[in-house]
Write a new protein. Structure first.
Ligand code: PLP
Length: 220
């Protein structure tokens, strides 16, 4: 077994069947993705549209592509034909753009609302109030080519496990309370939380999708 395949197997074991693993391949060359694909893995996460699109074009078409990075509206059109899930919706305007481009491609694109749960000011994301505003908006009903399928969040980058756990718990609690907004294009079923340094805690706190890069591929 290759090192990559071993690392993936080791991480998947720690997920106890509760969460699905997304291999975060940002900055890694196409050969690394090909090796991962050949090991049988099909779920990749990238944080830049251009880089993801180049990799999409180079790889077989049964890969699930997850956009996990901060997005500009003008880039949405490049990934709309193929992206599986957008984790990083942090503005209503972006959701409308994703809907528009999904419609042009006759698709429905699954989206997660990215919620700001960390203390650091550098992390992107919506506040609880901003997320509620989107979920309560009458206009959301007209966006029939997107589906909000859950929430995404990033914990503080700290050794303080209790703090990380508390932040994940906050996201899980919001997720539960947002079930009150379920409708045709809103279904709270995914919580994308947990990275290389904190995914075991995230899984304990209810994560369904972990986004792991360096623990699989080494430091970037
Ligand atoms: C890079 C990145 C990850 C993966 O980080 P690692 O620490 O390498 O596992 C997860 N989520 C997002 C949003 C990222 O940008």
């Amino acid at each position: 077994m290759s090192v990559i395949a071993e690392n993936i197997a080791g991480i998947e074991k720690q997920l106890h069947g509760k969460a699905r693993l997304i291999a975060v391949t940002k900055t890694k060359p196409i050969e690394v993705l090909q090796e991962t694909y050949e090991a049988g893995f099909r779920r990749f996460g990238e944080n830049k549209v251009q880089e993801m699109t180049a990799k999409y074009e180079a790889l077989p078409k049964d890969v699930e592509w997850h956009m996990i990075g901060h997005l500009q509206s003008n880039k949405v059109k490049y990934m709309a034909p193929y992206v599986s899930m957008v984790h990083s919706v942090d503005q209503f305007k972006l959701l409308k753009e994703i809907n528009k481009e999904a419609r042009k491609n006759d698709r429905t694109i699954n989206c997660l609302l990215q919620i700001f749960i960390a203390e650091e000011e550098t992390k992107f994301g919506l506040s609880e109030a901003e997320a509620r505003e989107i979920l309560e908006s009458a206009e959301l009903l007209s966006l029939t080519n997107i589906k909000i399928v859950g929430l995404m969040g990033m914990a503080s980058n700290t050794d303080d496990d209790d703090k990380v756990r508390q932040e994940f718990r906050t996201l899980k609690n919001l997720f539960e309370s947002f079930k009150a907004y379920e409708k045709e294009n809103v279904e709270m079923k995914e919580i994308s939380m947990g990275m290389s340094g904190d995914f075991p805690i995230a899984v304990e706190e209810g994560s369904t999708l972990v986004r792991v890069g360096s623990a699989i591929f080494g430091a970037r």
